[in-house]
Design a protein around this ligand. Structure first.
Ligand SMILES: Cc1cc2nc3c(=O)[nH]c(=O)nc-3n(C[C@H](O)[C@H](O)[C@H](O)COP(=O)(O)OP(=O)(O)OC[C@H]3O[C@@H](n4cnc5c(N)ncnc54)[C@H](O)[C@@H]3O)c2cc1C
Length: 453
């Protein structure tokens, strides 16, 4: 179970590595899965030429199964609640301490969330949502504006309503990712994956764009929006991912306004959602817009992060996760946040960032193994050695512990049938013999069986 592990956190071009688990993609999902795999005693590598710079770099880190409830997404709610329940142990495991301490390495905080409305229509909308939340057995308590302002004195006296949501918490995704990367020191391969390697109908690892291979017992495809572009994907498998862009801001709160708010404030302002998330370092995050246009016809040149950004947030990276920042989006966020907390006008704007969420047609992740029916080989069995974990859309941070534990169960041969609804092949007609083989990339070894599909 413990073949050669990479050392030094980078692979030389052309080098071959063997490991139990190869994770393609070093976002929050890839890191969470790698961490869990390592906890299970497996050796792990994470392959990413720019780890942590995708959607995970922008995420606000709200762990909000209750606030994120949407109509007709019952299965997703179950997964979100499951993951929310895993968060305390996941955070504690990373930090080696009590997870609900007031300060943690990953910025994990269990303070409840406040939902507030600006006008009478917002009050009605939030009250309607509360009825749906309560019908699903979720706890949402109405507060008077006076009670809400007793907890958060800088809230505007003009808000129309307030609700306490005790189960919605938060983490700081950048700190979380850094903490996991530190715990997995030596596992990073700073390269781009070109595609999957195959042998006798099973996936046996990853070919690297710069040359070289990673031979692995299990390969996890966790590279967000880049998943569909990998070479050697199973024949007929459709990964219907689409970028859903979001602008988000980070601001410094001056000492005389500290703390601006103590809990996450999620607002509805004349029908438009906005949130303010306090960080342990005295900054706040204000987010986030949701738009499906990339703004710029010229790709991502000059786009991505204004202000502080990751050294590796190269604009040449070329993934659709990196996006132009919308001026209208920034205006809207600042305008609406000030309606809820007027003192936002006195903060120092540190950073504006835009990234793309990996969206799917049903807003749920593509998570699990894939049927080999499209290969024409065994019909009806899952392809060995391959797990897909992408399409986490608005909930990737919340769902990280669930994704990690589901992948571990799959690797242990102990799949939980509750999560079959998220199979990554649910949009593919894999029984169709007409399935088109994916295009090979680089040095990918294509399984000859898939050509028959
Ligand atoms: C503005 C905004 C706010 C958000 N707020 C929240 C929130 O409050 N709570 C929440 O739960 N979620 C939130 N999300 C959603 C969350 O950020 C995503 O669901 C999550 O980050 C997805 O993680 P990921 O690891 O799958 O993808 P990513 O973070 O995009 O990581 C994918 C990685 O794959 C790498 N990659 C791509 N192609 C290759 C390749 N061929 N080889 C190697 N590596 C490759 C990239 O470099 C990248 O590092 C937010 C998203 C946005 C944009």
């Amino acid at each position: 179970m413990n073949p050669q592990s990479p050392a030094g956190g980078a692979s030389a071009p052309g080098r071959d590595i063997s490991t139990d688990v190869a994770v393609i993609g070093g976002g929050i999902i890839g890191h969470g899965i790698a961490w869990e795999a390592r906890q299970s005693g497996r050796s792990v590598v994470i392959i990413d030429d720019a780890p942590g710079t995708g959607a995970s770099w922008a995420a606000a880190g709200m762990l909000a199964p209750v606030s994120e409830l949407h109509y007709q997404e019952e299965e997703l709610l179950e997964l979100m609640l499951h993951s929310s329940g895993l968060w305390p142990a996941f955070a504690a495991g990373l930090e080696g301490q009590e997870a609900d301490s007031s300060r943690s390495d990953s910025g994990y905080l269990t303070a409840s969330t406040l939902a507030v409305g600006a006008d009478a229509a917002d009050r009605r909308a939030l009250a309607d949502l509360r009825s749906v939340q309560q019908a699903s057995g979720l706890t949402v308590e109405a507060l008077t504006v006076r009670e809400a302002r007793g907890r958060e004195p800088l809230l505007s006296p003009g808000i129309s309503c307030a609700f306490d949501i005790p189960a919605d918490h938060q983490v700081d995704p950048r700190r979380l990712l850094a903490r996991i990367a530190e715990a997995l020191a030596g596992s990073a391969v700073r390269e781009r994956a070109a595609g999957l390697l195959w042998e006798d109908g099973r996936v046996t690892g990853v070919s690297l764009a710069g040359g070289g291979t990673i031979n692995a017992g299990e390969t996890i495809v966790a590279n967000g929006l880049g998943a569909g572009a990998l070479g050697g994907l199973p024949a007929g498998l459709k990964l219907p991912l689409r970028p859903v862009y979001g602008d988000i801001l980070r601001l410094r709160v001056p000492a005389y306004l500290q703390p601006l708010v103590t809990s996450t404030v999620r607002g509805l302002v004349h029908g438009v959602p906005v949130y303010i998330v306090p960080r342990q370092d005295g900054t706040v995050v204000i987010g986030a817009t949701q738009r499906e246009d990339a703004l710029s016809d010229e790709g991502t040149a000059g786009a991505g992060t204004a202000g502080a950004g990751p050294e590796t947030a190269g604009l040449e990276h070329g993934t659709p996760a990196h996006a132009a920042i919308s001026a209208g989006g920034v205006y809207q966020l600042l305008r609406d946040a000030q309606v809820l907390v007027p003192a936002v006008a006195e903060l120092e704007l540190l950073e504006a960032t835009a990234r793309a969420r990996p969206g799917t047609p049903d807003n749920a992740p593509l998570l699990g193994r894939v049927s080999d029916a499209g290969t024409g080989r065994h019909i009806g069995r899952d392809i060995e050695g391959l797990i897909i974990a992408t399409g986490f859309f608005r909930h990737g941070v919340l769902l990280t512990p669930a994704a990690a534990s589901i992948c571990r169960q799959l690797m242990d041969g102990d799949a939980d049938p509750r999560w079959a609804a998220f199979r990554p092949d649910r949009f593919s007609n894999l029984s169709a013999a007409t399935a088109t083989p994916a295009t090979p990339v680089g040095t990918v070894t294509i399984d000859p069986n898939k050509e028959t599909a």
